[in-house]
Design a protein around this ligand. Structure first.
Ligand code: 0O2
Length: 219
């Protein structure tokens, strides 16, 4: 049986989700502007693409249950930081740190926490940079603040995370050992590939800038 909100809680959740939708718009606009800036004023755009979503009531209920919390709108508001989420896919890990610095200096929101799973992967093999942003919704919303989770990762990390998420969902979080070993192995290989591809990118940049040949730089 699927975990669900009771009807009156569902109505309350729908009301509360409006502010998350507004906060998501605020943050998404900033990222979208950044994307437009890079496309028009820089030689290279480090952003591959940007996705955004509001967590569905079903997923919110499932997450509250997983955390052992009552399935109410108030608990969701209080304990979940990823009701509104943005995912930024970048070409290389280095780009992610550049974008993190830009985000920290935006005035539209405040960074309340950060987790660097790029440097230190999770036990599963998962890599991404996570930030929780807080957006003040202003006078109309009684100066309420609202959290938005931002996940930044490379295309390769995104590929891995999507597959792992699918496997995790299929096995209700308890992935069989042989599959989780294989996924960890893939995560390591993907990480190594990300680094090798970045090196090729750097080498070509060096060649372009100095007009030296590949043999001269000892690659
Ligand atoms: P979904 O379905 O993607 O939304 P939290 O779980 O948010 O209360 P925690 O554990 O500190 O608190 O959060 P963390 O580690 O920052 O992870 C939050 C989100 O990151 C997850 O949300 C996933 O989206 C993603 N994530 C974290 N670890 C993994 C992992 O091992 N594999 C994959 N594929 N994604 C991961 P949800 O709600 O768990 O999932």
């Amino acid at each position: 049986l699927k975990t669900r909100f009771a009807p009156e809680e569902f109505e309350e959740l729908k009301k509360r989700l409006v502010k998350y939708e507004c906060a998501l718009d605020v943050v998404y606009t900033q990222f979208s502007n950044l994307n437009t800036y890079y496309n028009n004023f820089e030689a290279v755009n480090p952003i591959e693409h940007i996705k955004h979503r509001l967590k569905s009531p079903e997923s919110i209920a499932g997450k509250l249950k997983k955390k052992g919390l009552p399935i109410t709108a108030e608990q969701a508001d209080e304990h979940l930081s990823d009701i509104a989420g943005i995912r930024v896919i970048c070409s290389y890990a280095k780009n992610i740190y550049e974008i993190v610095e830009i985000i920290k200096n935006q005035e539209a929101f405040t960074v309340v926490s950060q987790k660097d799973y790029l440097k230190d992967a999770k036990k599963t093999g998962y890599r991404s940079y996570h930030m929780i942003l807080e957006v003040n919704l202003g006078h109309l919303f009684g100066e309420q603040s609202c959290r938005v989770e931002v996940q930044l990762r490379t295309s390769a990390m995104d590929f891995w995370a999507s597959l792992e998420h699918k496997v995790r969902y299929k096995y209700d979080g308890k992935i069989p050992q042989q599959l989780s070993n294989e996924l960890q192995n893939c995560a390591e290989q993907i990480h190594a590939l990300d680094e090798r591809m970045y090196l090729i990118h750097k080498v070509v940049d060096m060649i372009n800038q100095s007009e030296v040949d590949i043999d001269q730089i000892g690659y």
